[in-house]
Design a protein around this ligand. Structure first.
Ligand SMILES: *Cc1c(COP(=O)(O)O)cnc(C)c1O
Length: 432
């Protein structure tokens, strides 16, 4: 399968080139040339299939032409070494718990898949070192760094906004050592993302170093996220057959929802999507007005959604042939303040005894407000609440139990390289 750039000014490339490049040379995002519709028989039997079997079938549609089935299935099964259960939270509302992986956020799926795919694609290029650059607002860095940890021939640089990620998030990517270097940028997430983009656009630098991005601009990160939409449907189908299904995605860079839109395009019967924004509401505004106006990001308690200029916006627009009217048929938006989100966390805890993390709470609130009679809703619970103890405990007023694999990280020491937002300094650092 070949990949084209959303800007349409760069050559069509192979899977390997799309994954290694990350961003197209015209600054566009790569899109697969075709999106295969899966047969009706697959959806008829899906509720009897495991997560791994469903994911293998979906992966075949994207990567089957490029990777022999046996190798692809190994990558998929290694990636999905944990469950993604659907839990009922209240009438008509279900949480897809995406936090059962090693770093307790949905980004484990894309991060682990990309690490395995990149290693597979690079195995023919002996001795070449690939440098993976990743900007993180918290969860991407840990999923990517842990996904790549110890993988030979690959070095990961995690750029994060200093002081703007939680303690445990920082420890999950900045305490690893080995082939993972954490870089603390004195700025915002958008500054980190801009530094990474500048490095990719720097043709002199790219002659000296093989650079790739593990942000959701990378096709190997975002495409595998479609797997769990199919699995969510399979679990829901076991329970219901006669309602319309709405899926709500707490959104930042829009990588997660884009994967869901791909799943729908492949035939997955999701009636509509809700994109839940916090106060960083560029996408919400676009859905209302048709105008996309990037803004500087503002800090909220849902820090992984603090994105002022979402990178996958271009993919959404491209997928719908730039038709705003078609986009708003499939997706509606909401935007909530921290106060509203905290209120939902409190109410859901006291009424349903379910502990939400702030990101998932944004999605839960949207379903609670926007679900119509005759519809069931699934929201993506994108991370474990214990990743944000400093916010969740004061809001709920009770201690949140800490899963063991998270407690393990907390005991570790942070070791990161401090840098400013100056590109020349970052460039020099990469070259040293
Ligand atoms: C990354 C992240 C999001 C936002 O996902 P996008 O794909 O960037 O839209 C939401 N919640 C959590 C917990 C995250 O880590």
């Amino acid at each position: 399968m070949n990949y084209y750039s959303t800007q349409k000014k760069a050559p069509i490339v192979s899977l390997k080139e799309a994954v290694v490049r990350g961003l197209a040379p015209d600054r566009g995002l790569y899109m697969p040339e075709r999106i295969e519709a899966l047969p009706a028989s697959f959806f008829e039997e899906i509720e009897h299939m495991s997560l791994q079997d469903i994911a293998c079938r979906v992966a075949q549609a994207f990567f089957g032409e490029d990777i022999p089935t046996e190798d692809l299935e190994k990558i998929v099964r290694d990636t999905l070494s944990f469950d993604i259960p659907l839990k009922k939270v209240k009438d008509s509302i279900y949480a897809l718990e995406l936090f059962h992986g090693p770093t307790l956020a949905f980004k484990d799926v894309g991060g682990r898949f990309m690490a395995r795919l990149l290693r597979y694609l690079m195995q023919t290029d002996d001795g070449k070192r690939v440098n993976v650059l990743v900007a993180t607002s918290g969860d991407t860095g840990s999923a990517v760094a842990n996904g790549f940890l110890g993988v030979e021939g690959i070095h990961v640089y995690v750029l994060y906004p200093k002081g703007k990620v939680s303690e445990v998030q920082e420890k999950q990517f900045a305490s690893l050592g080995q082939n993972c270097t954490a870089v603390a940028i004195d700025g915002t997430f958008d500054d980190c993302q801009a530094l990474v983009k500048s490095a990719f656009m720097d043709s002199e630098l790219n002659k000296k170093l093989t650079l790739t991005s593990a942000n959701s601009i990378n096709v190997a990160r975002f495409l595998p996220q479609s797997f769990y939409y199919f699995y969510a449907y399979a679990q829901w189908k076991k329970l219901h057959r006669n309602k319309e299904l709405v899926v709500c995605v707490p959104s930042g860079n829009l990588g997660n929802i884009t994967a869901g839109l791909f799943a729908k395009r492949m035939g997955l019967p999701i009636q509509r999507f809700i994109a839940a924004n916090n106060r960083n509401d560029m996408f919400f505004q676009y859905l209302q007005t048709g105008n996309a106006l990037p803004k500087p990001s503002v800090v909220t308690i849902e820090n992984a959604m603090d994105v002022g200029d979402p990178s996958n916006f271009e993919r959404v627009v491209d997928l719908y042939g730039k038709q705003h009217s078609a986009i708003v048929k499939d997706i509606s938006g909401v935007s909530y303040t921290d106060e509203q989100i905290a209120e939902t966390m409190k109410a859901t805890f006291s009424e349903e005894n379910y502990v939400l993390d702030p990101h998932g709470a944004c999605g839960m609130r949207a379903l609670h407000e926007k679900l119509q009679p005759g519809e069931d809703g699934i929201f993506l619970e994108t991370a474990h609440p214990a990743k944000f103890l400093d916010r969740v405990e004061p809001i709920l007023g009770v201690p949140v139990p800490m899963p063991e694999r998270l407690a393990w990280f907390l005991k570790r020491e942070v070791c990161s390289v401090p840098l400013s937002t100056d590109y020349a300094a970052f460039r020099a650092f990469l070259l040293q």
